[in-house]
Write a protein that binds this ligand. Structure first.
Ligand SMILES: [Zn+2]
Length: 137
């Protein structure tokens, strides 16, 4: 799920978010996605970029019905109805909060296989924002 993100913040880590690049702790191997400055397992602060596959399974989900989503989703909600979001457990381990696409609310099932794709998220400040959504694998 997303909410308001300033253009500088959106631009700062766009490569990491679009390509799903995790930080792998050099000390213990723990993967962090999104990347963090300090490892939550061992406190290490050295990481190497690790490309994630984008494959995972749906850990949990939520259906955000009319007017429940942040205002940047108003246009999308008008066109498509409910906004689907969830937590995906990536094949490599990290769990990430995501937007879901190409499925109806009644098709959502915990454990279903999903994969990452790049999709249009919303317009903000006159700029179309793109990002990762997850679709059925
Ligand atoms: Zn570590």
């Amino acid at each position: 799920m997303t909410s308001y993100i300033s253009l500088p913040m959106y631009s700062a880590n766009i490569d990491e978010r679009m390509r799903l690049i995790a930080g792998k702790c050099v000390s213990c191997g723990q993967l962090a996605f999104p990347q963090r400055p300090v490892c939550t397992k061992c406190g290490g602060d050295q990481f190497e970029d690790t490309l994630l596959s984008g494959d995972g399974s749906l850990y949990t989900y939520s259906v955000v019905a009319g007017n429940g989503a942040p205002s940047e989703f108003d246009d999308e909600q008008t066109m498509t109805g409910d906004v689907l979001c969830g937590v995906v457990e990536l094949k490599e381990g990290p769990r990430v909060m995501v937007r879901l696409a190409d499925m109806e609310p009644e098709e959502l099932e915990i454990g279903m296989k999903v994969r990452a794709v790049i999709r249009r998220l919303y317009d903000q400040e006159g700029i179309v924002r793109y990002g990762t959504k997850f679709v059925p694998a």
